[in-house]
Design a protein around this ligand. Structure first.
Ligand SMILES: Cc1ncc(C[n+]2csc(CCOP(=O)(O)OP(=O)(O)O)c2C)c(N)n1
Length: 333
């Protein structure tokens, strides 16, 4: 975002809050990288993990204007969405360790993070399956005549599922207060979008279904926050749906904590070129350019988050496992 534009739109408080959330997502996931499945460790985290390192800005920016009454729905790649929606790091760390006190008391693990206290309603790894849930929530909000907003996060591969189109069509027809948020990281596991879809822009799907559609730089958190101001307002005040398409990039393997570029499914220059557009660095540079925080303040913020997150993960390792009898709680015959 341009310097003058940035200064008109963000002050010290908002810039600090946005950077804090962006750093929190990055640092929590780097903690997972450090601790997950290292040779000789005790494999404390047993669930598969799909990291959003490189994609933090889209999640943080999309949730910035939401309240706890607004409802978010996510996918297998839900860590960033959960934290951006205000989810607790304690409950997330406990959940990843399968422990009591996790946001699902250890039943769900990494791909199912939810906490209705903060409006994080569901995370579902069946591609596209949480999109109609967001539409249903928006329909109920419309019937109840309240001002809540629902938001569905999904990846580019979701646009290849029928239920995505059915959901967007229905939301457009009924004018529902729902925001469809597509994080286009170019890949469905190992397959590039060019090998899955004809050459077209994903925003064309929104135009085809007749709803407002915008494209935003998914690596610039301040651009995302700025764009979502109008989009959230449109849902909250005008009760109208929108589609937001954000290009971004997953740095690490589809599932797991490693880099996987040796597999050859991505061009060798692709990761380094996206890393030059690191969402964390872009946010820091914007803040420094606008003189809203000093180098020292930013470094203190990082150190304090790192310390806090490391202590929380230690706590989760030592926390008790749930009693096996609890496994069937919420299972109704
Ligand atoms: C209905 C369905 N089909 C296939 C899969 C296997 N699968 C898991 S993740 C994934 C790719 C998802 O890509 P995308 O939606 O773009 O999200 P990303 O992983 O890039 O965040 C696939 C095909 C699935 N979980 N559900």
């Amino acid at each position: 975002m341009e310097k003058t534009n940035f200064k008109n739109k963000f002050n010290q408080d908002s810039a600090q809050q946005i950077l804090y959330r962006t750093l929190l997502v990055r640092i929590v996931e780097e903690e997972i990288v450090e601790r997950y499945g290292k040779p000789g460790d005790r494999q404390e985290m047993r669930c598969p993990v799909h990291l959003s390192i490189g994609q933090e800005a889209a999640a943080v920016g999309a949730c910035y204007h939401l309240t706890n009454d607004d409802r978010a729905f996510s996918t297998h790649r839900c860590h960033a969405h959960y934290l951006a929606k205000g989810g607790s790091v304690d409950k997330m760390a406990l959940e990843l360790h399968g422990k009591l006190g996790g946001c699902l008391d250890g039943r769900g693990g990494s791909m199912h993070l939810m906490d209705d206290d903060v409006g994080m309603m569901a995370s579902v790894p069946i591609v596209s399956s949480s999109i109609p849930l967001a539409v249903g929530a928006a329909l109920s909000d419309k019937i109840d005549e309240n001002k809540n907003v629902s938001l569905a996060f999904f990846g580019d591969a979701s646009t290849e599922e029928g239920v995505f189109h059915e959901s967007v069509n229905f939301a457009s027809l009924k004018e529902l207060p729902v925001i469809f948020v597509c994080e286009n990281n170019l890949y469905s596991v190992y397959t590039h979008i060019d090998d899955r879809q004809p050459n077209r822009d994903l925003s064309e799907f929104g135009n085809a279904h007749g709803l407002k559609t915008i494209k935003v730089d998914g690596n610039d958190v301040f651009a995302v926050v700025d764009a979502f101001k109008d989009i959230v307002c449109r849902a909250r005040e005008e009760r109208k749906p929108s589609l937001v398409v954000m290009d971004t990039y997953r740095w690490r393997e589809h599932c797991g904590v490693n880099y996987d570029d040796h597999l050859g499914y991505r061009d060798a220059n692709e990761l380094p070129s996206w890393q030059k557009r690191d969402p964390v660095n872009i946010a820091i540079e914007a803040i420094k350019d606008a003189a809203l925080m000093s180098e020292k303040q930013i470094s203190n913020m990082k150190i304090s988050i790192q310390k806090q997150v490391s202590e929380i993960f230690d706590m989760a390792v030592d926390a008790p496992l749930p009693n096996p009898e609890l496994a069937s709680r919420f299972v109704y015959a």
